[in-house]
Each structure stands twice: as structure tokens, then as C-alpha cells.
Design a protein around this ligand. Structure first.
Ligand SMILES: Cc1ncc(COP(=O)(O)O)c(C=O)c1O
Length: 388
């Protein structure tokens, strides 16, 4: 095939290492993977039962593009109860995972050359999606000393006035495990108002908060209802990533535009996924809390173990299911991740997968069974001892 059959926009996309890493970890059973970005648990039993029943009853067709009515009803109640967000029918859209929500929001907001402030280190999809849409990613360095939260002074330095449309916010954060404080969110909100920006608030890990930290939705703050597109997902909250259902909530005008676009992207989120999501919102809370308790146990263990090892330092993560330690060995993140893979047989993700300011860090996921994490820590400890 002639090389130029593939569009420039695709050729310019960075190749993701994470896919390769996950493949290696799957093929070589001697490797312990601390790479996963999704829960190791199965979906709640009630959810599986309702999905099976729905299949038997013939729920194998498309759904209305905006989402099934009973799910939308549950979602409106969830937003009020859990997030303090008042939403009507015109403010919500069911998407194919929050991944589609990110894509649709940016497709509907961005004209060519317009800027989007993104976190760095931050979730790896933000930058490529902005670029694919001919937008301009404006990465803001999230510094460890700021507990990896946005610093509005830095945002002021990089914003292109009149040409910047939105800020992407992710709390609890992947890969840093940071939960943005209310104060920090207030600063981001003030910044958005001052510069007339929309905020895309990715809250995929909303349920994963520990040790007294509290998740706050910026969309619930005074005066922000017309500026915030909030993205939620069942993937992490209920261990249902394969059902591919997410939710977008926001101003009627933006949600309407996203709904129009959605007809041309995926038409509707999977019907069976929506039936399962309805059940999860109705009865999955206990299951979700049980999983979060187990994550917390793992979090405390991995945080303690990593900080005990020479050559590592990590802040205590308060959210999501990742530890993002800094390492003190003289090599790049990618090289260090390769070394852990070959010498310790542990798969981790290099910090640079999440942006250039991730250099010097690795991401360890604790969405793996406790016993595997214990084993992996032992292997890493042994491998890095040889490095000194
Ligand atoms: C921060 C963040 N946002 C969004 C997603 C996408 O989740 P989904 O499309 O399954 O809802 C992920 C997945 O890893 C994530 O880490």
C-alpha cells in the first residue's frame, strides 16, 4: 500500500507504549503487570444478571442516541445525590465510555488552532485528541510540590488570549492519584470565568477517594453550571469498562451539539451496556464501596513499600488507583520501565506516557490483586538494589 494513503493526522499521532506493554504482559505469564488502567474486579453480580436477562429479552438493537430513558432518569438522580449537580433532561448525554465524551466535547468546542489547557502529566488521550482536531494542546506542568494540582499562575503564562477555548481537568487524577481540593478547584473556576473558558471535567475516578479526601465536582460550584461539561463513567466506578458507557453533563447548548455529533460517531452507546449501567446506578453502590475499600488497602501497602525502598519517593495518593513515584536512578523513565520489565519482570508505565513532565516518574497501578502487588514489590526491590 502506498505510504501516503494514511492521513497526516494519523501519522503524527504518537505511538502509545501502553498498548505494547499490556501485550507483553499478557503474553509472558511470568510478568506481573502493574500497568492496568482498569479494575481487576468483575462487574457486580446484579449487573451481570440484568445484562443476561436483557439479552434473552432481545435488547440487541440500537438505543436512542441521547440514551435510554430509564438510564437518563437514574443519571439525573445520581448527579443530584452524588455530585450536587442539578441537571434536566436537556443537560445529559449517554456516551460510549467517557472516551467518547472527551472526543465529542472537543469536536464541538474547537475550531482550528484553538488552544486547550491540559494537565501534564495527565491522561494520555487528551493531547492526541486535541491535535487530531487541529487544536493546540497547552500542557500545564503539574508539579509535585503543588501536589500535582493546577497552578493558575502557570496557566496564565501559557494561555493564548482569545484563542483558548477550554481547560481539561481530571480529578481524581490519572496518573498522579491527586484529588483536587475545593480551594484549588475554586481557583480553576475563577480562572475559567476570567478568561471565558469552558471546563471539561473528567471525573472517571470519582468514587476512588481515600483517607478522608472528598471528591468535588467543579460543575456543582456557584456560577459554573454554564461553563462545565462533566464526564462520568461506569468503567471504573462499577468495574464495567467493557460495557462502554459514560455520561456527559453540561449546558444545554453544548450537550445538544454533542448529541448531534454523537449520531455520526457511535450513534448510541451499547444498548446492553446501558441496561447494565442502569442496574449499576440502582443497586451497585455497595459493590463499588467494597472495591474501593480493597483499593485503599492496596494503596496503603504500595505507598509504604515504595517509600521504604531506596531510590524512590512518592506522595501519598488520595484518589484513583495509581501511585506515581519519582525515582532517583540516572536514566530516563522509558529506560527504567524497560529495565523493570526485563530484570524484575514487572510491567509499569513510564511517566513520559503522560506528558514530558512525567519524566523521572513511573506509574504503578494497584488495580491488581494484593498478593501480586506484594510479589511485584519484592521483585522491584531486588532489581533496583543492583542499580546502586
Ligand atoms: C482519566 C481517564 N479518563 C477517561 C478514561 C476513559 O474511560 P472510559 O472511556 O472507559 O469511560 C480513562 C481510562 O483509563 C481515564 O483514565
Amino acid at each position: 500500500m502506498p505510504r501516503d494513503m494514511i492521513a497526516k493526522r494519523e501519522k503524527e499521532l504518537p505511538a502509545s507504549r501502553i498498548g505494547r506493554l499490556l501485550k507483553i504482559a499478557e503474553e509472558d505469564k511470568s510478568i506481573i503487570s502493574l500497568g492496568p488502567g482498569e479494575p481487576d474486579f468483575g462487574a457486580p453480580k446484579n449487573v451481570i444478571r440484568s445484562a443476561k436477562k436483557a439479552l434473552d429479552r432481545g435488547y440487541t438493537h440500537y438505543s436512542p442516541p441521547v440514551g435510554r430513558a430509564e438510564l437518563r432518569g437514574e443519571l439525573i438522580r445520581k448527579l443530584k445525590r452524588e455530585n450536587g449537580i442539578k441537571a434536566g433532561d436537556e443537560n445529559i448525554l449517554v456516551t460510549t465510555g467517557s472516551t467518547e465524551g472527551i472526543l465529542l466535547a472537543l469536536m464541538c468546542l474547537l475550531d482550528d488552532g484553538e488552544g486547550v489547557i491540559i494537565p501534564d502529566p495527565g491522561f494520555l488521550a487528551y493531547k492526541p485528541v486535541v491535535e487530531v482536531l487541529n487544536g493546540l494542546p497547552l500542557p500545564v506542568h503539574l508539579r509535585e510540590e503543588d501536589n500535582f494540582q493546577y497552578d493558575t499562575d502557570r496557566m496564565k503564562e501559557i494561555i493564548i488570549p482569545e484563542k483558548t477555548k477550554a481547560i481539561i481537568l481530571n480529578t481524581p487524577s490519572n496518573p498522579t492519584g491527586t484529588v483536587f481540593s475545593r480551594k484549588s478547584l475554586e481557583e480553576v473556576a475563577d480562572f475559567a470565568v476570567e478568561h471565558n473558558l469552558l471546563v471539561i471535567s473528567d471525573e472517571a475516578y470519582e468514587k476512588f477517594v481515600y483517607g478522608g479526601a472528598k471528591h468535588v465536582s467543579i460543575g456543582s460550584m456557584n456560577g459554573m453550571e454554564d461553563r462545565v461539561i462533566t464526564l462520568h463513567s461506569i468503567s471504573k466506578s462499577y468495574a464495567m469498562a467493557g460495557f462502554r458507557v459514560g455520561f456527559a453533563t453540561g449546558p444545554e447548548k453544548v450537550i445538544g451539539a454533542m448529541a448531534k455529533m454523537h449520531v455520526f460517531t457511535t450513534l448510541s452507546a451499547p444498548t446492553i451496556g446501558q441496561v447494565a449501567a442502569t442496574e449499576a446506578l440502582r443497586s451497585g453502590q455497595r459493590d463499588s464501596e467494597r472495591m474501593v475499600r480493597e483499593y485503599d488497602r492496596r494503596r496503603r501497602y504500595i505507598y509504604r513499600r515504595v517509600n521504604e525502598m531506596e531510590g524512590f519517593e512518592s506522595r501519598e495518593p488520595q484518589g484513583a488507583f495509581y501511585l506515581f513515584p519519582r525515582f532517583g536512578f540516572r536514566m530516563k523513565s522509558e529506560k527504567f520501565a524497560d529495565l523493570l520489565l526485563s530484570k524484575a519482570k514487572v510491567a509499569v508505565v513510564p511517566g513520559t506516557e503522560f506528558g514530558r513532565f512525567g519524566e523521572g516518574y513511573i506509574r504503578l497501578s494497584y488495580a491488581s490483586p494484593y498478593s501480586k502487588i506484594v510479589q511485584a514489590m519484592g521483585r522491584i526491590e531486588k532489581a533496583v538494589k543492583r542499580l546502586k
